[in-house]
Design a binder for this molecule. Structure first.
Ligand code: MCA
Ligand code: AMP
Length: 440
């Protein structure tokens, strides 16, 4: 799995990896990861505070060495989210000391590498179990698609508790042997200063880069600028092309499937399109008259299932074994895929984060002043969608409710706008109708 770590290609440089201003060589990383693996050995799973740090990188590598899956916990996760993750996964939080070093030579105990928690439309997040074979298949397919090699310097500043930042952004660098510069936060200024060849960002990051002309122009020396996790707005695509001299490469994926469709380094890059399936991935559009429908897929990068939820896992596949993405897509005659929307309005994408409306509604309902709550994603120029909450409540302010959700769940799940209503619109059966919310 960690090809470059073991081959040692380029990793003997003292700054093979830099995360939030601290650097290390592959040898140092392997030693710190060995110490993590020794501590984790024998456990069913282990959790870490997934700060943007060398400690989180060591934890991910330690998980692979030990063959014990890592549960990365968002550092700002509040008590409700944290308790759910730890209870559901049976993982204990492991403190990581990067100064501690040990060899770990034992064979890995199992195949599962990561359990990443992700939101559905209702209820608490589910644990997505990802195996090392799926990770390896995806990273190798992406390396081929993007001509990603040990000669690259990868730069990004994405969170290390999701596929984008952790799998592509950390394990991808280790597998290809490219240098990694993690900027701590994904700010335009930090991207501009890093001098990389390959850059990853969510559309919100690219929107901010495109608005910062000096930062955007500083990226003109890069080889490839890659966008994913949410739709890249066409005006941002055009601004990036104009300011950096190259069109961004857009790719599509999900926590459950990893990255499955992408534009190629040597292929066409079109606004509003995510390219063609990676090698080994088959896609189809659920039968529909106009050629637009649910995107379904199969391939070696798919997850092993939702942890402890065989019912939910089964429900995510068609009877003939294709994974149901829940995304609405079309496929051009030349195979180019376009993601045109989502089947459910209860899954919100804000700043590239996937947020279930139901989880935020339940958090709001946990506040004693709130009697009813309905949450939607409203179009937003910076975040793609912003979380808007409609509540029936007395004696509480919008700011108090925002802070309440930010503290109970995590900061990115907080409603950015709260609207107070006398009652929620309902149909004749008494079911709330989100379509009828004012401004929805
Ligand atoms: C504001 N803050 C608060 C509150 N309000 N804190 C507590 N309570 C409040 N009420 C503070 C925060 O602590 C933070 O402080 C600051 O405000 C900004 O918060 P945030 O909302 O996080 O910042 P943002 O600027 O809106 O974030 C934009 C972002 C972020 C940086 C682009 O959305 C982001 O990192 N997105 C990446 C998501 C991602 O990686 N998704 C991949 C999953 P301070 O600044 O001090 O910390 S998708 C995936 O994996 C698939 C497979 C795929 O296709 O890639
Ligand atoms: P997550 O599980 O957090 O990775 O979220 C996966 C979802 O992100 C997908 O189901 C899509 O709705 C969305 N997504 C990821 N990449 C893209 C993209 N390039 N264009 C449009 N939507 C995307």
């Amino acid at each position: 799995m960690l090809t470059a770590l073991h081959a040692g290609s380029g990793g003997d440089r003292p700054d093979a990896l830099t995360v939030a201003g601290r650097s290390c060589s592959y040898e140092e990383l392997l030693g710190a990861a060995g110490a993590v693996a020794r501590r984790a050995a024998g456990a069913k799973a282990f959790a870490v505070e997934a700060t943007a740090s060398l400690e989180t990188v060591a934890a991910a590598v330690g998980a692979l060495l030990a063959g014990v899956p890592l549960v990365p916990v968002a550092p700002d996760a509040g008590p409700a989210e944290r308790e759910h993750l730890l209870r559901d996964s049976g993982a204990e939080l492991l403190p990581v000391d990067f100064a501690e070093r040990a060899d770990f030579t034992g064979p890995p105990a199992g195949d599962a590498a990561l359990v990443l928690y992700t939101s559905g439309t209702t209820g608490p997040p589910k644990g997505v179990v990802l195996g090392r074979a799926a990770l390896a298949a995806d990273l190798d397919a992406l390396a081929a698609a993007w001509q990603w090699t040990a000669d690259d310097t990868l730069v990004h500043g994405l969170p290390l508790f999701h596929v984008h930042g952790l799998v592509l952004g950390v394990l991808g660098a280790l597998r290809t042997g490219s240098r990694l510069v993690h900027t701590g936060r994904p700010t335009p200024a930090a991207y501009a200063a890093a001098g990389g060849s390959l850059y990853f960002g969510v559309p919100t990051v690219w929107t901010r880069v495109a608005r910062d002309e000096a930062a955007a122009r500083a990226l003109s020396g890069a080889r490839l600028l890659v966008s994913g996790s949410a739709p890249l707005p066409a005006p941002v695509f055009h601004a990036m092309r104009e300011l950096t001299g190259q069109a961004p490469v857009e790719r599509y994926g999900m926590t459950e499937t990893l990255i499955t469709v992408s534009a190629r380094a040597d292929g066409p890059r079109l606004p509003g399109a995510v390219g063609t399936p990676l090698p080994g991935i088959a896609t189809r559009i659920e039968e529909s008259a106009d050629g637009i429908g649910e995107l379904q897929l199969t391939g070696p990068t798919l997850f092993d299932g939702y942890l402890g939820r065989p019912d939910a896992t089964a429900a995510s596949y068609t009877a003939d074994g294709w994974f149901r993405t829940g995304d609405i897509a079309s496929i051009d005659a030349d195979g180019t895929h376009r993601i045109v929307g989502r089947a459910s309005t209860d899954l919100i994408k804000s700043g590239g984060y996937r947020i279930g409306a139901g989880e935020v509604e339940n958090a709001l309902l946990a506040h004693p002043a709130v009697r009813e709550a309905a949450v939607i994603g409203a179009p937003h120029p910076d975040l793609g969608e912003e979380i808007v909450a409609y509540v029936v409540a007395d004696g509480v302010t919008a700011a108090e409710l925002t802070d309440f959700v930010a503290a109970l769940l995590s900061v990115h799940k907080r409603p950015r706008t709260v609207r107070f209503l006398a009652e929620l619109p309902r149909n004749a059966m008494g079911k709330p109708q989100k379509r009828l919310l004012p401004g929805a």
